[in-house]
Each structure stands twice: as structure tokens, then as C-alpha cells.
Design a protein around this ligand. Structure first.
Ligand code: BES
Ligand code: ZN
Ligand code: MG
Length: 524
């Protein structure tokens, strides 16, 4: 029987405070005697000797400071390199300090080689550098120049201020910063709000991923997601039980779950923002809250990172929050199978055979290839029961995709060029890119010749094309025409590659996914 999420009690909007623009990472209190700072963007001139060019809001502020901003900047610089910042004091009575941030060339735009909107990326990186420097210097209220794209500015600011430090003592935590957009018009305000939503939702995904596995069990994941979604309209959340999964013959999913003492949960989130007759877009996320590898155990070094093996689930959960908050006019269903991959006396053993919901049997030759087992049943359920318009799954599925692409892009496998083009376009806009990978029959042959069963859960050529054989395996459980699989193992963690994300779990590519859904909504 389905368990209603309402039992999970009172709602809270963790990571936010009642004031609209307030951003914080923890539950510390708001400081009213805060110092105030301003971020102002500046462009590079084509010719360095010509100095700098302020943004329109920057130029207005310069006027209100009687030209002091430009004057002090001329002394301090005058140029500010792209993504760098210069802190100025005594510019204006309203602000203790002004961070002038380098936006690069004013002509920046779509870069074909990089497949990215460079203008937006430059704004995110510059505002990120500015807010971090202001926080470092003791500022607690920051007004942000929208830099002609308030959405990108808000994303850069919220993403850069994030850190997961709620398990640390107070004086080791990053200080709270309140953010506001400066001097914008009504359109800027709306776009600023959208950016805050997207940034904060990506930060929610980062929190879910970063949380230690002893805190974030499958049940706790369902509880936190339920609480986040509770205040939003047109959303129902159902936490299906192990019993429900048994009734639905999800033996592949249950075979992984039974290796742990934690109960599995199959979370189903329904958002009805579109016309009721329109078929839903289904998003599926791998929710392995800890992956030890099982009997095919992983090496000890860096195994702690496997607390993030629910990155697909975190992306789907937070995308659902963003989609419902933005009230996108589309029907979307999120499916999140949640369990641990551990090693008790009932755990899967190499050579075991299980039967997925669609009746296909699977020989489990490697218990560490568990993600594809839990996704197999979720994909069967999506296609058989939900009449989807399209299905998109996200999973930290293979180390092999990290070998192929690293953190440069999410590997995307799809049966639909239309889905591919929409996702590629979304990635260009968000800066969180995707790269298309093949779903050839060539790879299917490497997983469908099993000694004991219909399929083997690993490719017969070992590590060769590991991301492609994993995708080929998933394809065996998909019956709808338009399907995409996103292997996000390579983008799971940020070291220092993305300047506006700190070190740690990335929450990528959540903003791309939401942008993609927004695109699908407008196409209906
Ligand atoms: N969760 C891992 C994949 C992973 C690796 C995610 C690194 C994030 C960072 C997955 O369950 C796994 O272990 N995959 C195996 C598959 C292999 C046994 C065919 C892998 O990639 O080694
Ligand atoms: Zn895994
Ligand atoms: Mg594994």
C-alpha cells in the first residue's frame, strides 16, 4: 500500500529564511547589524589600454556616487580580469564596500567551440567571486548588479555561497549572507527570482548528495523531499513501500535493497501543471544512498564519495521542486528508487539471477553494477504504467563515463534526436553541458549473451565501453519511443573546475534538466 507523505510532519524550507532574498546554509540566526556590500560588474575593453566599461546599473551607481566609483577603480586598476574582483572602500555612504567584478568582454555570447553561452557563464563566475570576497571581508548583506542577466547573477551568487557545514560547530561554518538585486526593473526582479529558485534547488540537490549516508537513508531522503514539496501546488508525493515493490514484481530493485538493513523506498512525485489530457514527462533518478559495491566490494580509498550515489535521485527531487515552484505548464512524474548497496547475509552474490518487472532475467555477475538493476524496474514501471510522453533517467551509473568525459559534460544516451537537441540547448544556456553518446546494437550484444539468463549486468568485454554497455542494458527495459539516459557519475563532484561551485558534491546537471523541462513545456 502507498504511504502518504503527510505523515512526515511539518514543512520547512531548509536553506532559506523567511525574508525572500535571504540565503543561508544552516540554522544560525539573522544578524541585523550586518555590514552592507555591493557588487558591480565591469567589462573589459577590446583594447586593454582603454580601461573599463561599467554595466548600465554600474554606471547609474557611479553617478549616484558622484563619479567616485570610476575614480577609485581607476586608482585600483583600472581593469578587473574576467572572473576576478577588486574590493573598493568609501565609494558610497550606503555601502561599506563595493566589489567590482570582471565580466570579460561585453561582446561575449554563444561560443560554438565551447558550446556554451559565455556571457551567462562569465556573469555567474564574476558574481560568485564577488559574493565570496564580500563575505570574507565581513559583509552580511549584498546587493547584486544584475549585469544585464539577473538570473545568471542570482545563480552565481546562491551557488557560490553554498557549503554543507551543518554538522560542524558554529565558528567553523560559513557566515550567512542576504542577497538582493540592485537597481533592477520589474523584469530583472522576476529573472532574479528564477535564478534564486534554480540556484537554491541545485543547492538542495547538493545537500542531499553531500549528507552522510548514516543521515540520509532512503527513508530520510523521502522525508526531506516530501517536506520540500509539501507547500507547493499541484504536487502529490507517494512513498511506495517494499511491499508495493514486491507486488509490482520489482525483483531487480529488491535484490539490491535486501543486502542492507535499511528499508527501500520507491518515491513517486506527481506534478500536474499541464492540461490533464497531456501525457506526462517521466524523470527517473538512481537513489543508491550508499554504494559499497556489495560482495564485488569497492576499494577503500575514496569510498566515502559513494554517499553521493543518489545524485540522480537528488537531481530529480530538486528538479521537481524547481518545476513546481516555477509553475511550469507541463505534467511531470518523478520516480526515485531508493536503497543501499551493502553486504549482509542476504546480499546479491555474483552469478545470482533475478527477474525484472518486465519478466526479463538478469545474471548479476558484478554486484557493483547495481544502479542498472534498480533503474531497470523503475523504467519498466514508467513505460508500463504511466503512458509517458518521454522518459529521462539520471544516474551516477559508471566510472567509465568519468574516464570518457570527466566533469566536462554529462554523457547522454538517447533514442530521440529531439530530446537530444532540447537537452543540448538547455546545457548551452545553463553552462552545465551534455554530450551525446552511442546506443548501438554493438553494445547490446555485449550484455544480452548471458550464460544463465536473458541479460548479464556487465559487458562481456570488461571495462571496455563501460558507460555504453550500461546504457545498452537500460535500453532493454524501455518500451516507450522517446527515452534518454544521462550518466552523471563524472559530474557528481566538483573539485575546482566550475568556479561558481565550491568543492564537494555538485548537484549537476539540475539546472539543465529544469531548462529542458521548461523547453518541453513550451512545445506542448
Ligand atoms: N556508483 C558506481 C559508479 C560511480 C563511480 C559513480 C564513480 C560515481 C563515481 C556504480 O554503481 C558502479 O560501481 N559501477 C561500476 C560498474 C562496473 C562494475 C560494470 C563501475 O563503474 O565500476
Ligand atoms: Zn552505484
Ligand atoms: Mg556500484
Amino acid at each position: 500500500m502507498a504511504t502518504s507523505m503527510s505523515k512526515f510532519g511539518r514543512l520547512y524550507w531548509g536553506g532559506f529564511c523567511a525574508a525572500k532574498h535571504t540565503f543561508h546554509n544552516n540554522k544560525a540566526t539573522f544578524c541585523s547589524s550586518a555590514k552592507k556590500g555591493l557588487i558591480v560588474g565591469v567589462y573589459e575593453k577590446e583594447n586593454q589600454e582603454e580601461g573599463f566599461e561599467l554595466t548600465s546599473v554600474g554606471a547609474q551607481f557611479d553617478q549616484s556616487s558622484q563619479g567616485k566609483l570610476a575614480q577609485l577603480l581607476n586608482i585600483a586598476g583600472p581593469t578587473v580580469k574576467k572572473g576576478k574582483t577588486k574590493l573598493l572602500y568609501g565609494v558610497h555612504e550606503d555601502y561599506n564596500s563595493v566589489a567590482v567584478v570582471g565580466l570579460g568582454k561585453a561582446t561575449a555570447g554563444y561560443d560554438e567551440d565551447e558550446e556554451v553561452d559565455t556571457k551567462k557563464e562569465n556573469i555567474r563566475a564574476a558574481v560568485a567571486a564577488g559574493v565570496k570576497q564580500l563575505r570574507e571581508s565581513g559583509v552580511r548583506d549584498v546587493d547584486v548588479d544584475p549585469c544585464s542577466d539577473a538570473e545568471a547573477a542570482a545563480e552565481g551568487a546562491t551557488l557560490a555561497l553554498y557549503s554543507y557545514d551543518e554538522l560542524k560547530e558554529q565558528n567553523k561554518r560559513k557566515k550567512l549572507v542576504n542577497l538582493s538585486v540592485h537597481g533592477g526593473n520589474g523584469r530583472d526582479e522576476e529573472s532574479w527570482q528564477r535564478g534564486l529558485t534554480l540556484g537554491n534547488c541545485q543547492n538542495f540537490a547538493r545537500t542531499l548528495m553531500e549528507m552522510p549516508a548514516n543521515y540520509l537513508t532512503p527513508t530520510k531522503f523521502a522525508e526531506m523531499t516530501g517536506q520540500k514539496l509539501q507547500p507547493l501546488q499541484n504536487v502529490t508525493v507517494t512513498a511506495h513501500t517494499k511491499h508495493w515493490a514486491t507486488q509490482n514484481k520489482m525483483e531487480a530493485f529488491l535484490s539490491v535493497a535486501k543486502g542492507s538493513d535499511q528499508l527501500p523506498v520507491f518515491l513517486e512525485i506527481k506534478y500536474s501543471g499541464g492540461e490533464s489530457e497531456n501525457e506526462p514527462l517521466v524523470l527517473v533518478g538512481k537513489g543508491v544512498t550508499f554504494d559499497s559495491g556489495g560482495i564485488s566490494i569497492k576499494p577503500a580509498s575514496n569510498m566515502d564519495l559513494m554517499r553521493g550515489d543518489m545524485g540522480g535521485a537528488a537531481n530529480v527531487a530538486s528538479a521537481m521542486v524547481a518545476i513546481a515552484t516555477l509553475k511550469l505548464p507541463i505534467n511531470v512524474i518523478g520516480l526515485i528508487p531508493l536503497c543501499e548497496n551493502l553486504i549482509n547475509g542476504q546480499a546479491n552474490k555474483p552469478g545470482d539471477v533475478v527477474r525484472a518487472m518486465n519478466g526479463k532475467t538478469i545474471q548479476i555477475d558484478n554486484t557493483d553494477a547495481e544502479g542498472r538493476l534498480i533503474l531497470a524496474d523503475a523504467l519498466c514501471y514508467a513505460c508500463a504504467k504511466l503512458q509517458p510522453r518521454a522518459v529521462v533517467d539520471l544516474a551516477t551509473l559508471t566510472g567509465a563515463v568519468d574516464v570518457a568525459l570527466g566533469s566536462g559534460a554529462t554523457g547522454m544516451f538517447t533514442t530521440s534526436t529531439n530530446l537530444w537537441q532540447n537537452m543540448q540547448k538547455a546545457g548551452i544556456r545553463t553552462g552545465d553541458r551534455v554530450w551525446r553518446m552511442p546506443l548501438y546494437e554493438h553494445y547490446t550484444k555485449q550484455i544480452n549473451e548471458s550464460q544463465l539468463a536473458d541479460l548479464n549486468n556487465i559487458g562481456k568485454h570488461g571495462r571496455s565501453a563501460g558507460a555504453c554497455t550500461a546504457a545498452a542494458f537500460l535500453k532493454e527495459f524501455v518500451t516507450c519511443k522517446d527515452w534518454a539516459h544521462m550518466d552523471i557519475a563524472g559530474v557528481m563532484e566538483n573539485k575546482d573546475e566550475i568556479p561558481y561551485l565550491g568543492k564537494g558534491m555538485s548537484g549537476r546537471p539540475m539546472r539543465t534538466l529544469v531548462e529542458f523541462v521548461a523547453g518541453m513545456a513550451s512545445k506542448q
